[in-house]
Design a protein around this ligand. Structure first.
Ligand code: NAD
Length: 729
């Protein structure tokens, strides 16, 4: 089945229709490009064809390039990638020139992109090479260039064309942030030319083709006297843009994302030369980004494996477990958030708390979020009413009848949870699945309160529930496959990304993040300059330094977790040095952001105003400070060694989940593709070397796990060794 077909009507208007067989969304492949090129050539050379409409038979135009192909492109080495990219430039440039005389700029055939819906990545880049872009007025459509989100940048001329079309400043949010727009906003921003009623799309495209003149086909950058909007880098106005953009990009990315830097370089250098040379420059920088291990790791974790997990890579073979009616017990911060995301996904929700007032407060949380959505024009008043209508807030357990899944989010107290478990089981049918949202209590222990332990599971959400995309599903010792399938189907319904882990203290995400926070605090106690700790974290791509993170999650919570962990571990408890700082902060009432006092100082409005200067009184800053790399290694290895131990101990059973979960769960340096990808980038041998050095200076918590040592000896990588079992791409 071809991806593209060509038909020509009686008026000589050819329509090339994109319709990749067996896929709900068109994606571009190498074969697709060759076909398209062939059909464009055929239409341009056919004297009976007056012009071409490029459109899609599907609801959408295109989701972009097949990223599996991009991931494999690097196999061809630098020369292979560059030649491949230049071939794509050649095809798009042929569309843009459309057979016209390159000097006289006459005699070409008009080519219009008619977009019925979403056009992302190559879908938009291809359209930008056409002479006009007309989109159907489809509010669900997304138009933009999201490449930067997976560690690459638009490399099929999208970068060069958009900057020349809009100017560097106006193009920046689309290129650097991957901003997506609906058709109306895309038209207002100048990304596309026209928005028409969906049923008028093809007729309007045809009218345009038949009315187009030679001048309509000449891109501004191919016309004489072209000047880039906003100016080139050596123009006084352009200079300001480029200087500002470099500072802004480095400020936001801390220089750790190679794609953002390469994109800026392609834009800057491309702006100084003619269009075709700029395309070559774009291709060179694109090649360098593809060869950087960060891009491959980001594509693998943030696109290929994330999607595989969302599509049920870890789902046991079980009949459909779609949730129809959900019970949420505890309408506090987490329960209210869970009720909201479920109702938003069309699920009926019974939200229970101990008092009607508390249950109503939980219901009001959804109302607040929906009102914010209305303000941002993402939600209509009708949708708000519909979503709110799905949530029953009550104290009456009898309302749970008919629920097929319960998520318990009451206080983190085993006794309270046990009572709730018993009450819920008495009120629900025997096949109802019970999930706890506990963040610290082992699932197998909580399951002892259940009459149906095989139907008892952990579904661990992150806060704030509506924004955090990861859900950690925890299998207790007795948890059965149907409970796992139920949890996975629920996570699919609410459009989040699941990982499935085995039961152990702190499961996976918290197990790795707690040592990160603790290492930051330990350094403060040792006299490391707190600003060095925080900046070292950010300069290696962590979204929050450890001190800011503990402020935001609450120092009080940190104290509670430390006490519970110490009680459980006894003499083996390793973090007394950390606790001295943490407990002292709590004793002084510095409980974190909520209390407007923590490792940071806050103003009256609760805005962070800088690190708290009182820290130095209790923890004097040492004269001799460690270098940046040492601090970064301590912070990174605190996390990744825990991830390796989780794999070694069988808590993690799939490294894809380890990487995807780390990035989505606690923001682990996304440029690296996750802890396992990062270890693969530096190599097990180097990792062990660093562990040995850190152990010598800071103690046995940095001892390389046996698994890592074994891999170093054998020269293995994580994705190399675990790929067959995990089917990683
Ligand atoms: P919260 O204190 O905001 O809410 C708990 C709610 O449960 C309160 O509204 C309380 O009235 C209600 N409740 C207590 N006992 C009850 C009972 N017997 N019957 C019905 N309702 C009862 O707490 P939270 O932050 O929402 O946390 C809830 C659970 O989620 C805890 O197990 C916590 O460990 C876990 N969790 C919290 C976070 C987080 O960041 N806060 C993240 C992941 C998981």
């Amino acid at each position: 089945m071809p991806d593209f077909t060509l038909t020509t009507d009686a008026d000589g208007v050819a329509t090339i229709t994109w319709d990749v067989a067996g896929k709900s969304m068109n994606v571009m492949s190498q074969a697709g490009f060759a076909e398209l090129d062939g059909l464009i050539g055929q239409a341009l050379s056919d004297p009976s064809v007056r012009g071409i409409i490029l459109t899609s038979a599907k609801r959408d135009f295109s989701g972009g390039m097949d990223l599996n192909i991009i991931a494999r492109m690097k196999d061809g080495g630098a020369g292979g990638i560059f030649d491949g990219v230049m071939r794509i430039h050649g095809i798009l440039r042929r569309i843009e020139r459309a057979g016209m005389d390159p000097k006289a700029l006459k005699g070409g055939k008009p080519i219009v992109a008619a977009l019925p819906g979403t056009a992302l990545g190559i879908g938009l880049e291809l359209s930008l090479a056409c002479h006009r872009i007309i989109a159907a007025d489809n509010p669900k459509a997304k138009i933009g260039l999201p490449e930067i989100m997976v560690g690459i940048f638009p490399g099929a001329g999208g970068t060069t064309r958009l900057v020349r079309k809009l100017g560097a400043m106006a193009a920046a949010p689309f290129l650097l942030e991957g901003k997506l727009s609906d058709p109306g906003a895309a038209k207002a921003a100048g990304l596309i030319d026209e928005v028409v009623a969906p049923e008028a799309l093809l007729a309007r495209a045809k009218d345009w083709v038949l009315a187009a003149t030679d001048a309509d086909l000449v891109k501004p950058w191919d016309a004489k006297g072209y000047r880039m909007p906003g100016g080139t880098p050596y123009h006084p106005a352009g200079f300001m843009t480029f200087v500002g953009a470099s500072a802004m990009v480095l400020g936001k990315t801390m220089g750790v994302y190679p794609a953002a830097r390469a994109l800026l370089s392609a834009v800057y250098e491309g702006a100084l030369v003619p269009f075709d040379t700029a395309l070559r420059i774009e291709a060179r920088w694109f090649t360098s980004v593809l060869l950087n291990p960060s891009s491959g790791a980001m594509i693998r974790s943030l696109f290929i494996n994330k999607e595989a997990l969302e599509k049920g890579a870890r789902r046991p073979a079980q009949p459909d477990q779609t949730v129809r009616r959900l019970g949420v017990i505890g309408a506090g911060m987490m329960g209210a958030g869970i009720a909201y995301v479920a109702a938003n996904a069309g699920i009926e929700v019974v939200l229970i708390d101990a008092t009607q007032e508390a249950a109503d407060r939980g219901h009001a949380h959804s109302e607040d979020l929906l009102d914010k959505g209305i303000q941002r024009r993402k939600v209509t008043p009708e949708q708000k009413a519909e979503v709110l209508g799905r949530i029953i807030a009550t104290t009456d357990y009898a309302a749970l009848a008919g629920c097929d899944l319960i998520v318990e989010a009451v206080f983190e107290d085993p006794q309270v949870k046990a009572e709730v478990t018993a009450r819920v089981e008495a009120a629900t049918s025997p096949d109802c699945i019970f999930a706890t949202n506990t963040s610290t209590l082992p699932i197998s222990g909580l399951a002892r309160a259940s009459q149906r332990p095989e139907q008892f599971i952990g579904i661990h959400f992150f806060s704030p529930v509506d924004r955090m995309m990861l859900v950690e599903i925890i299998r207790g010792k007795a948890t059965g496959d149907r409970a796992v399938a139920k949890a996975l189907d629920f996570v699919r319904q609410i459009r989040k990304t699941p990982i499935v882990v085995n039961d152990a203290r702190f499961f996976y995400a918290n197990r790795c993040i707690i040592p990160y926070v603790n290492e930051g605090i330990r350094m403060v106690a040792e006299g490391v300059e707190p600003a060095l700790v925080e900046n070292a974290a950010k300069l290696v791509g962590m979204p929050l330094g450890p001190l800011q993170l503990v402020d935001e999650t609450s120092i009080e919570l940190g104290v509670k977790i430390a006490k519970a962990t110490k009680a459980a571990m006894g003499d083996a408890y390793p973090d007394r040095a950390v606790d001295r700082v943490l407990f002292a902060m709590a004793d002084e009432g510095r409980l974190g952001k909520k209390a407007k006092a923590g490792f940071y100082a806050y103003d009256a409005a609760g805005q962070r105003s800088g690190l708290w200067d009182g820290l130095a009184a209790s923890y004097p800053v040492a004269d001799l400070q460690p270098d940046l790399t040492e601090v970064q290694h301590r912070l990174l290895f605190a996390q990744v060694l825990e991830a390796v131990r989780a794999l070694q101990d069988g808590v993690l059973t799939d490294i894809r989940e380890g990487d995807v979960g780390a990035i989505l769960g606690w923001g682990f340096a996304p440029w690296s593709g996750g802890p396992f990808s990062w270890l693969d980038i530096i190599g097990a041998a180097r990792a062990v070397e660093i562990c040995d050095a850190l152990t010598a200076r800071h103690g046995p918590r940095y001892a390389a796990p046996d698994l890592l040592r074994d891999m170093a000896v054998k020269g293995d990588s994580f994705y190399g060794r675990f790929a067959p079992a995990t089917k990683a791409a």
